[in-house]
Design a protein around this ligand. Structure first.
Ligand code: APR
Length: 235
């Protein structure tokens, strides 16, 4: 019988893979088709904004048809039914956690369904394709609208909030991430440092697998519902 008080769950592209959204570093991953320096850095956007906007327009369109899978649904069920606090920190920019019903959610790498203006910093819900000459609805300047997605070299969102949650976590679960991109890849060490039990749920051992107290490997739609049922029956 284990009642955790504060569960922090980090999710990555592997959670949405079975919903038809691509991962980045698997065999046919997104970074095997595009050079991330061209489409996921401020320099890439300055060099060729059309290429960057087209890259995210295609991902936004693809994401529109996606449905949350059994793993997303299980995490929403955990948050609703578990006696302790469940916080999901996602690296994903899709809206599948929200669609499954997760409420306590932090998008540390931003959201594809919002725009960000490089001039005034305002964010707007944005479902349509972004074009270079579009004007920001707030400052009305054009040429600065980009997807509200955190690029390499930029600071992820809500880091103070995330470290606050980690500082009181007694269970840290990492799901569907390769553990290669910081600061997210460092969360397991932070959770271990304060004595949390750490678990990796992933298709295969991630780069950081040895840092976890427990590792469970398999497809997210199989292992995440089973893990959630175990937590709920133990509580
Ligand atoms: N079930 C569980 N895990 C899976 C599945 C699946 N069906 N399919 C793939 N995985 C695992 C892979 O084994 C891999 O370890 O998901 C992980 C995906 O790793 P990445 O493609 O590197 O994605 P992620 O870890 O989310 O990338 C982190 O890098 O490019 C940036 O900003 C981007 O948020 C992203 C960050």
């Amino acid at each position: 019988m284990t009642d955790y008080r504060n569960i922090v769950i980090l999710t990555g592209a592997g959670l949405s893979a079975e919903s038809g959204l691509g991962t980045f570093r698997d065999v046919d991953g997104i970074w095997t088709k595009y050079d991330l320096n061209d489409v996921a850095t401020p320099d890439g956007f300055a060099r060729n904004p059309e290429l960057v906007l087209d890259f995210y327009n295609a991902r936004r369109e693809n994401a529109k048809g996606a449905q949350p899978n059994a793993a997303h649904m299980a995490l929403a069920r955990l948050e609703a039914a578990y006696p302790g606090v469940v916080t999901v920190v996602t690296q994903n920019v899709d809206t599948l956690h929200e669609a499954a019903g997760t409420k306590n959610l932090i998008h540390m790498h931003g959201e594809l369904a919002r725009s960000l203006c490089n001039f005034c910093g305002k964010r707007h819900v944005w479902e349509a394709p972004l074009q270079v000459d579009m004007a920001c609805p707030t400052c009305e300047k054009s040429g600065g609208l980009r997807p509200n997605v955190v690029w390499f070299g930029e600071m992820p969102y809500a880091m103070d909030d995330i470290y606050q949650h980690l500082s009181v976590a007694d269970l840290f679960v990492s799901i569907g991430t390769s553990g290669t991109v910081y600061p997210a890849a460092g969360f397991v060490a932070e959770a271990s440092r304060i004595g949390a039990h750490t678990v990796e749920l992933n298709l295969e051992p991630s780069e950081g697998a040895s840092l976890f107290d427990e590792t469970i490997h398999g497809a997210a739609t199989q292992i995440v519902p089973a893990f959630v049922e175990r937590l709920l029956s133990d509580s």
